[in-house]
Design a binder for this molecule. Structure first.
Ligand SMILES: [Zn+2]
Length: 363
């Protein structure tokens, strides 16, 4: 079974307003799930618009992350209220929690991404973290959301950092899926990889223009936010489980194990993981193009103010056994790193990271 996309997608300016008749048809007592205070105004608007449609609407907020504590608390609220749908309005963590809870309770999920930081509004997958943001596992879900509302006016209100993060995460699709899945003899997987290549090219062309002028009338901005929030999700939908993540996400998951005072966004960490994956490919798989890719990516990542080392994520790998901790988690048994077509050991990860952090490598 494969769920390729949400059943209905509303996109562009005023997508939210246009989606109201469809939402009203689907649900009578939705729960709106959110998190941060900076999205309060938008969630109030969503709340009031639904109330004006005579829906019996309630709301709840995540306290921490997409974690079991928040999930079970919100699940109980929904059971108590008897909500017949869940509207997840926020970033990746809110969308992932909403999808997970709705899937568990077997009620429809409506996703309303409030930034371009993620394709979580599209996919049938949730990433579970601890309360402190440490990655625990990916959970495949029964289906993609019922309705996805990708309102450009909403996305525009998000901090520019979320767009940069979404670009880094979407770029990783090509570099990860092409190395793990290019030998899979399945037409849809092959086509998903090709879409991820076109997606990367578009981000290389439009990413910086989108970042410097985040306005609806800038075609680069429109293309880029849709690439990050929609096309990246489509790649996951068509490619399914076989169109896999690889080292960039495995290293991301490992980095999140180290708790730091400042939280970084998913794509910001994945971007660093991507550079390390390419370095690993150059070193262990003799990939001569990998250093070229690093050069190309570094130019864009600097333009987007993205971190390019683990130190810039607030972690000194040479302290507190951090290097060992990251290498251990990256190479644990169920890690995606083992989808790479060559063997990777802890010492390889430790070596690549140590060299990278000391910038001994000449790129
Ligand atoms: Zn990701």
């Amino acid at each position: 079974m494969q769920s390729i996309s949400p059943e209905i997608i509303f996109r562009g300016n005023n997508a939210w307003r246009k989606s109201l008749p469809q939402i009203t048809k689907l649900t009578k007592s939705p729960l709106i799930l959110g998190r941060g205070i900076h999205t309060n105004n938008l969630r109030n608007r969503i709340f009031n618009d639904l109330k004006n449609q005579n829906l019996n609407v309630t709301s709840a907020n995540l306290e921490f992350d997409c974690c079991y504590e928040d999930i079970s608390r919100v699940k109980n609220i929904i059971l108590k209220n008897n909500n017949d749908s869940l509207i997840a309005a926020g970033g990746g963590k809110v969308l992932d929690s909403g999808k997970y809870i709705a899937d568990f309770l077997n009620i429809p999920c409506i996703t309303v991404p409030l930034s371009a930081s993620t394709c979580a509004g599209w996919t049938a997958l949730s990433n579970i973290y601890s309360k402190d943001g440490q990655f625990i596992k990916d959970v495949p879900l029964e289906s993609c959301p019922k309705i996805l509302v990708y309102d450009h006016k909403f996305i525009q209100t998000a901090p520019s950092r979320t767009l940069a993060s979404g670009i880094a995460d979407a770029l990783a699709k090509w570099y990860e899926s092409s190395i793990t899945s290019s030998t899979i003899d399945d037409g849809l997987v092959q086509q998903a990889i090709q879409i991820s290549r076109v997606l990367r090219d578009q981000l290389l062309i439009d990413g910086e223009k989108a970042f410097t002028s985040q306005f609806e009338n800038n075609p680069s901005w429109r293309n880029t936010v849709e690439a990050c929030g929609l096309t990246a999700g489509l790649v996951g939908g068509i490619g399914g489980e076989k169109c896999r993540t690889a080292a960039a996400h495995a290293i991301h998951n490992a980095i999140t194990q180290i708790i730091t005072p400042n939280k970084f966004l998913h794509g910001e960490i994945v971007g660093v993981g991507l550079l390390l994956q390419l370095r690993l490919e150059a070193m262990k798989n003799n990939n001569k193009l990998a250093d070229q890719s690093i050069k190309q990516l570094l130019v864009l990542m600097k333009q987007l103010n993205l971190p390019t080392t683990i130190a810039q994520l607030g972690i000194n790998v040479f302290e507190n056994n951090n290097l060992e901790k990251i290498a251990d988690f990256t190479c644990r048994d169920k890690s995606e790193i083992h989808f790479l077509p060559f063997e990777v050991h802890k010492k390889d990860i430790a070596e690549v990271i140590a060299n990278f952090e000391q910038q001994k490598i000449k790129i």
